[in-house]
Design a protein around this ligand. Structure first.
Ligand code: NAP
Ligand code: MG
Length: 402
């Protein structure tokens, strides 16, 4: 069979531990035999990051900026324990955090839905994707403990103007205060990334704040979002999707009753809470994908889980493993599909979709890794090894061939 040609290079970011092993298997068994693709390879394995004083991470981020699409394997974010384990020079910062700031991007998490794993919420039938703002609010807050009566004020001293102040509270006894902030630039980038993602997936965009209570802070977010959505109105109409603003509590109630199939954009704190609500409601970390989208339309795809450290140690002991590769496979197919869409090459898009169908076909036929067994209805009798599952997908993919 002739290989399918991918016109523009895809940036490949390799990673660590169990996911590195899975990553290589996917590439060898599901991608390279069928695609003629120029992969710009960056090894983000923790040892290589250490060896290059982490330059490799920023080079990889720049390459995604240049080529437009990247696929990333999970990586270790080193802590003190990892520094000892891998004899590192220091606790290098999170590669994901660095790439996010290079691309000024927003992360969207999307569950993979199959018929025989029912979400905890009965009405959910299609993915609910959370877009979480990644800057400011309580994560950059400053706080004071008030231990005796006194006045607390917010004071704004412009570089070239008179100061203004508002009273926070006139304390008669002990209490606490916090000051939080956000930036127009960051809110605007966030809005643009969310709009790009909703348009690219052709799903409705919801945005929620609490502007009835916070008439300046939350209302500012609402206004910026509304402006950005208005500017793309023709694109929304062309894609047949809607932009809706809802109060956060209203949106939370609507979300629990909905079928899914929307992007729900939320503030940093709401995103922290609701991404965990939605992820655990849909089932397994092994079935959750993640994509980083920049305001100017660059994409990086990955699995939402980590390097599955415990399984890797079993693997190193020579024990069999049954690690779920679905989210890593979908990182590859998500990137390939996006590349095909941007290049206008339908055969590339169709290839990625056929691989995804082979994955879903296997799961729906009860061919799964161990983590999924307990979630399934009906429950399969056995489970596949890490490699056995990928082989079964490759087999099914070949049988589905044209
Ligand atoms: P993890 O890799 O997400 O795994 C935690 C546990 O979740 C596993 O031990 C396993 O449970 C289950 N699990 C997660 N993914 C699975 C899969 N694909 N198949 C089957 N089970 C799966 O988190 P971790 O082990 O705590 O973290 C390991 C490293 O990952 C850390 O160094 C962290 O820095 C890094 N990390 C990277 C990213 C990223 O690159 N995006 C994200 C998060 C964490 P059982 O052991 O019960 O089977
Ligand atoms: Mg959290």
């Amino acid at each position: 069979m002739a290989k399918i040609q991918v016109n523009t290079p895809i940036v490949e970011l390799d990673g660590d531990e169990m996911t590195r092993i899975i990553w290589a298997m996917i590439k060898e068994k599901l991608i390279l035999p069928f695609l003629d693709v120029d992969l710009k390879y960056f090894d983000l394995g923790v040892q290589k990051r250490d060896e290059t004083d982490d330059r490799i991470t920023s080079e990889a981020g720049q390459a995604i900026k240049h080529y437009g699409v990247g696929v990333k394997c999970a990586t270790i974010t080193p802590d003190a324990e990892r520094v000892t384990e891998y004899r590192l020079k220091k606790e290098w910062p999170s590669p994901n955090g660095q790439i996010r700031s290079i691309l000024d991007g927003t992360v969207f998490r999307k569950p993979i839905i199959v018929h025989n794993i029912r979400p905890a919420v009965r009405s959910w039938k299609k993915p609910i994707i959370i877009g979480r703002h990644a800057y400011g609010d309580i994560y950059r807050g400053v706080e004071l403990k008030v231990d005796r009566p006194g006045k607390v004020e917010l004071v704004y001293t412009p570089t070239d103007g008179p100061e203004s102040r508002v009273l926070v509270h006139d304390f008669k006894g002990p209490g606490v205060v916090m000051g939080i902030h956000n930036l127009e630039k960051s809110i605007r980038s966030f809005a643009r990334s969310c709009i790009n993602y909703a348009l690219s997936e052709r799903i409705d965009l919801w945005f929620s704040m609490k502007d009835t209570i916070s008439k300046k802070y939350h209302a500012f977010f609402k206004a910026v979002f509304a402006e950005e959505a208005e500017a793309r109105k023709p694109d929304f109409e062309k894609a047949g999707i809607r932009y809706r603003y809802m109060l956060i509590d209203d949106a939370a109630a609507q979300m629990m009753k909905s079928e899914g199939n929307m992007l729900w954009a939320v503030s940093n704190y709401d995103g922290d809470v609701f991404s965990d609500v939605v992820a655990s409601g849909f089932g397994s970390l092994g079935m959750m994908t993640s994509v980083l989208v920049s305001p100017d339309g660059k994409f990086e795809f990955e699995a939402a889980h980590g390097t599955v450290r415990r399984h890797y140690y079993e693997h190193l002991k020579g024990h069999p493993t049954s690690t779920n590769s679905v989210a890593s496979i979908f990182a590859w197919t998500g990137g390939i599909k996006k590349r095909g869409e941007l290049d206008g090459t339908p055969a590339v898009v169709a290839f990625a979709e056929r691989v995804e169908q082979a994955v879903i076909g296997c799961i729906e036929a009860g061919i799964v890794t161990k983590d999924l067994v307990a979630l399934m209805d009906p429950q399969p009798v056995g489970h596949q090894s890490t490699e056995g599952f990928i082989d079964a997908v490759a087999e099914r993919f070949k049988r589905s061939g044209p």
